[in-house]
Ligand binder design. Sequence first.
Ligand code: BGC
Length: 421
Amino acid sequence: MPMLKKTTLALATTLAGLTLAAQTQANEVEVLHWWTSGGEARAANVLKELMEAEGYGWKDFAVAGGGGETAMTVLKSRAMSGNPPSAAQIKGPEIQEWGELGLLGSLNDVAEAEGWDALLPDVVADVMQYDGEYVAVPVNVHRVNWLWANPEVLDDAGVEMPTTLDELFEAGDAIREAGYIPLAHGGQAWQDATIFESVVIGSQGGEFYQRALVDLDPEALGGEQMVDALEEFKRLRELMDDGMSGRDWNIATGMVIDGEAAMQLMGDWAKGEFTARGLTAGEDYLCAPAPGTEDVFAFNIDSLAMFRVSDEDEQEAQQALARLVLEPTFQETFNLAKGSIPARPDLDMSEFDSCAQQSLSDFQRTAEEGGLVPSMAHGMAVRADIQGAIFDVVTNYFNDEDMQAEEAAERLVNAAEAASF
Ligand code: BGC
């Protein structure tokens, strides 16, 4: 081949490459999320790779901070300055709040083409819609009320996995005597709220939880049952260590993995950490419903909402993202890494571990029998302002030796009322 031709060909190839690169750039989605721990990042990467395999670009907009409070603050400032990302991890009633602002784009075309109505359980589909239109796509279903444990530490202390709060406190004494921290915890408002929620359910039951922390009934919030629950909650401090203040949740999970602590009360994103370390459920670590909560499933559904954008390429990429998220490949691979179960119940679960299998069967059982409740601590139950006000009361009470449970219960009533005006 003459020299000139070769050069022309090379140039053409380079140009084609550049055009392709430029297109990929235009077809990019910027996705805001807070999946930054080892297990979470592995899971998020699944979506990035699937998008890239279809020729779309992925711009990662990760804002660290469990529970997502910082991510939501950053998102608000981006959206208010008229420059929202293409998609963001927005959950529960907050989807409605963004919908009311008119900032979310419709996913109805994808939803229709892919048959989402038939595919999704009602409890999941309802949350994804604003004003009758799909504006978000569900990624998974997390269960919040779990207890995780290191079996070697339990053995060494001569105790079994506790199934009631009394058993938890008893086991805690034996574990402490054997030289371990009974309960790994991170002193951050959202983690305090996460364990508070499980203790309310564990000590007073799912119906009471629903009345108090979902329906915000002032009699339940300020009554004797809440006082009892608050007292049990504060007792948990006896099982924790002095270094808990400000600790991230995944560091606490690491303490269980490394055998420094026996147990952790945390949603099943903690399983993502065990999985990332190559550990096997039922052998290297144990899971059980948080003590006293076996008939309740506090659900937390992660979802990606799409912002209204004008660029057609970006719109196309958003639709592709929404489609991919509910396809079996993503649902399986992502949820295996994330610790959750798929948002669609029709998938083959044989690859999933025993904790995930139990999660799915408990989800279905509680949906039928009652006991399937939205998680307050994870943004599924009440609007963000009320949730924030409840977090403040819970964490202040937990950290203030002098505050009595009666006072905290009163403050909970005020928090729910004040925030709703
Ligand atoms: C989210 C999970 C996340 C966890 C810890 C929860 O609110 O739903 O996806 O893993 O926070 O950051």
